[in-house]
Design a protein around this ligand. Sequence first.
Ligand code: IMP
Length: 212
Amino acid sequence: MMTTFRHYDLLIGTGNRAKGCELAELLEPWGFQVQTLLEVDGDPLEIDEDGDSFAANSRKKATWQARHLGCWVLADDSGLEVDALHGAPGVHSARYASTQATDLENNAKLLAELGNLPGSKRGARFVCHIALADPQGRLRAESEGSCRGTIRTEPIGTHGFGYDPLFEIREYHRTFGQLGPVVKRAISHRARALRAMVPQLVNLVADGAWES
Ligand code: IMP
């Protein structure tokens, strides 16, 4: 006898392939068939991330895209909050040095802002907020995850992206740039936010939300 498994379609509201793969890996074992904006049929919206919090941005990306494309959408927004900079760069993490800034430029600006503060004053955290919207564009679930570390005085390591070469995980005495994807998948802000989202997704499926 052949058994057929039901799949639940879910669009990840990102055009970032690496992020899409990271999220797909955690969602597919639960029966979710994941696509990103790079593969989707139709014409996705270009959404301005102009909110004043990670939550506002991820809610906007999920609800607007879901209503526009008529499908379930999971969207995340994340960034770095540095204690000594009162939470900056925060929602401006991608464009900290300028609107078109590269990772190198953003890292250089962060180092300049922190100057020669000692390690004990260089605490920071990555934060990720995830929002889920249904095909009518209604917000149906949210989760958040964070990961604490220290900003090094110079970049080290070639893995990852963004601030990874500066972000040291205290327990490992290494940056995300040195540690690579296996550790990141276990302890990153995004992995933690997604793991907090999975039970909510599974409950929605069990309640028949994907049937309507
Ligand atoms: P996004 O909202 O996830 O695209 O992230 C916005 C910005 O935050 C990125 O362009 C990076 O500068 C920074 N960021 C977010 N997550 C990470 C991460 O896991 N490592 C390094 N930088 C990150």
